[in-house]
Design a protein around this ligand. Structure first.
Ligand code: SF4
Ligand code: SF4
Length: 182
C-alpha cells in the first residue's frame, strides 16, 4: 500500500511538475545539481547491472517474440529523461508518453506496432543504461514462472533501489535543482 502510494506520488510529480517544465523548454537542470544527481546515477546503474545479471542468467528474452515490447508507445518516463541528461546521453523523441498519474498505465496504450527500439530476432536495441526503468524491473508471466523466490526477492529490491533514485531526482529538482530561463 505504501509502495503503491509512493509510485502514484512519483508519477504525479513527474506528470504535473517535472515533465511540463522539461517540455516547455523554459527550465534547465542547474549545474550544481547535475553533480549531486550524478552520484544517484551511479546507484541507478548498479541496480541496472544487478538486474542484467539475473535476466542474462534466465536467458528467456533471446528466444521470445517480445510481446512485452508491443504497443506503439514510449516507455521512457521523465525520470529516465533526467538520468539520460545527467549521463550526457541524447534522449529519444517522445519521452514521457507513458506518464499517467491516476489511471492505469495500460489506458495509455496503443495496441499496435512495437516499441521503436525493438528489433525482430534480436530484442531490445538499447543498452541497459539507456533503457526505460520500466523495462529493467518489469517481469512477464513467463519470467514469473521461471524465476525462483530468491531472484524475485532480488528484483523487488532492485525496483526499490530504482525508486529511491527516482525520489532523489524528484527531491533535488523540486528543491531548487532547476533554474528557469529568462
Ligand atoms: S520480458 Fe518476457 S515477454 Fe518480454 S521479451 Fe522477455 S521473455 Fe519475452
Ligand atoms: S525499450 Fe527495449 S525492452 Fe523496453 S519496450 Fe522497447 S524494445 Fe522492449
Amino acid at each position: 500500500m505504501i509502495e503503491k502510494f509512493s509510485h502514484l506520488l512519483l508519477r504525479s510529480i513527474a506528470y504535473f511538475i517535472l515533465e511540463p517544465r522539461f517540455k516547455n523548454g523554459k527550465w534547465l537542470i542547474s549545474k550544481d545539481s547535475l553533480q549531486c544527481l550524478s552520484l544517484n546515477l551511479d546507484s541507478l546503474l548498479v541496480a541496472y547491472n544487478e538486474a542484467l545479471k539475473i535476466f542474462h542468467q534466465l536467458n528467456l528474452c533471446s528466444t521470445c517474440s517480445g510481446y512485452c515490447c508491443y504497443g506503439a508507445y514510449n516507455r521512457l518516463s521523465v525520470y529516465d529523461h533526467i538520468a539520460h541528461k545527467v549521463a550526457g546521453l541524447k534522449d529519444s523523441p517522445a519521452w514521457g508518453y507513458r506518464l499517467h498519474p491516476i489511471r492505469a498505465n495500460t489506458l495509455n496504450r496503443i495496441d499496435e506496432g512495437k516499441c521503436p527500439f525493438f528489433i525482430a530476432g534480436k530484442g531490445c536495441a538499447l543498452e541497459y543504461r539507456k533503457r526505460p526503468a520500466l523495462c529493467i524491473w518489469w517481469i512477464c508471466n513467463k519470467m514469473k514462472i521461471s524465476l525462483n523466490d530468491n531472484e524475485k526477492y532480488l528484483l523487488k529490491k532492485i525496483r526499490r533501489k530504482i525508486d529511491k533514485v527516482h525520489w532523489a531526482f524528484a527531491r533535488c529538482l523540486l528543491l531548487g535543482g532547476m533554474s528557469r530561463l529568462k
